[in-house]
Design a protein around this ligand. Structure first.
Ligand SMILES: Nc1ncnc2c1ncn2[C@@H]1O[C@H](COP(=O)(O)OP(=O)(O)O)[C@@H](O)[C@H]1O
Ligand SMILES: [Mg+2]
Length: 269
C-alpha cells in the first residue's frame, strides 16, 4: 500500500475579490521509505502542497489518502491527531524559540503532549544526538550557526518519532556547506526508515533525494481571477477551509510572510 496518494488536488485561496489557485489538480503517489524532492518555481504551490500533505490544511477539491485513510475530509481534531502522531516539520526559517536552549526547543513538542519533564529531556537529548548536536544542548539559537539551528529544528521534528518528515526548503537560508550537512542528515534519517519529502528549487539539493517530482499541474502564471459571475465556480464546497497560517502559528511554524509575498506576485502576474 502506498503511504501517500493524492488525486487531483485543488487548492483555492480567497483573497478579497480574488481567487488564488495555488494547486490545480496535483496527483502524486509516495511510498513508505521514499526520499522525494518536490520541485517547482516560486509561487507554484509547493508550500500549499506541503501544508496539505502535513495535515495542516485540507484541499478545496480532490483526495488525499494517507496510509489508507482519506484525510481530505477530516475535521481539525482528527487532522491534528494524525499530524502529531505521524509527521515532523522542518521549515526554511528554522522557527526556533530564541531565548531558549537547543534542548528546550527540542523538548517543546513533548511538553505540549504532557510528557514528564525527565522523559522530555532524555528524548530530546537522544534526538539531538541523532543530528550530532548533543554537545550544543545548552546553546541558544543565536549561539549556533544556521546549519546547527536547522539541525536543532530537525531534532525537534524527530523527537516525536514521526514516520514522515516534511521539509519545506530546509536549506533555503543556508550556505552550501551547511546545506550539504543538512542534506546528509536527512539522507541518514531516510536510511533509518523515515520517509522524507523535501521541497526545493535547487537541482543540487534535489539530487540528494532518490526521486524528484515536478507536478505538471502547478498553476503556470496569472492563476488568480476575480471572483465575479459564474466563470469561477471553484470553492471549498462550504467546508470552511481553515487558514494554514493560523495553524502554522499554533505549531510555531510561520511562513506567512512567504504567502503574502506570493499573493502579491500572483495578483500582479
Ligand atoms: N494562505 C494563503 N492565502 C492566499 N493565498 C495564498 C495562501 N498561501 C499561498 N497562497 C498563494 O498560493 C500560491 C502558491 O503559494 P505557495 O504554496 O506558498 O508557493 P511556493 O511554496 O511554491 O512558493 C501563491 O500565489 C500564493 O500567493
Ligand atoms: Mg514555499
Amino acid at each position: 500500500m502506498s503511504l501517500i496518494v493524492c488525486r487531483d488536488l485543488v487548492k483555492t485561496y480567497h483573497l478579497g475579490e480574488m481567487d488564488v489557485h495555488a494547486l490545480l489538480g496535483v496527483s502524486l503517489t509516495i511510498d513508505t521509505g521514499e526520499f522525494v524532492a518536490v520541485m517547482g518555481a516560486s509561487g507554484s504551490g509547493k508550500s500549499t502542497l506541503m501544508n496539505i500533505l502535513g495535515c495542516l490544511d485540507v484541499p478545496t477539491a480532490g483526495t488525499y489518502t494517507l496510509e489508507g485513510t482519506d484525510v481530505s475530509t477530516l475535521g481539525e481534531n482528527r487532522l491534528a491527531e494524525i499530524r502529531n502522531s505521524k509527521i515532523g516539520f522542518v521549515f526554511q526559517n528554522f522557527n526556533l524559540i530564541p531565548r531558549t536552549t537547543a534542548l528546550e526547543n527540542v523538548q517543546l513538542p513533548l511538553f505540549y503532549r504532557g510528557i514528564p519533564a525527565h522523559e522530555q529531556k532524555a528524548l530530546a537529548l537522544r534526538a539531538l544526538e541523532r543530528v550530532g548536536l548533543a554537545d550544543r544542548q545548552r546553546h541558544h539559537p543565536a549561539q549556533l550557526s544556521g546549519g546547527q539551528q536547522q539541525r536543532v529544528a530537525i531534532a525537534r521534528a524527530l523527537v516525536t518519532d514521526p514516520s514522515i518528515i516534511l521539509a519545506d526548503e530546509p536549506t533555503g537560508n543556508l550556505d552550501s556547506q551547511a546545506s550539504r550537512e543538512i542534506m546528509e542528515t536527512l539522507t541518514q534519517l531516510n536510511r533509518e526508515g523515515i520517509t522524507i519529502i523535501l521541497v526545493t528549487h535547487e537541482a543540487e539539493i534535489a539530487g540528494y533525494a532518490r526521486r524528484a517530482i515536478t507536478p505538471t499541474e502547478w498553476p503556470s502564471r496569472a492563476s488568480s481571477r476575480r471572483r465575479c459571475g459564474h466563470e469561477l465556480s471553484a470553492d471549498d464546497g462550504g467546508r470552511g477551509v481553515p487558514c494554514p497560517r493560523a495553524q502554522s502559528h499554533a505549531l510555531g511554524a510561520d511562513d506567512a510572510g512567504d504567502h503574502h509575498r506570493g499573493g502579491g506576485r500572483d495578483r500582479d502576474g
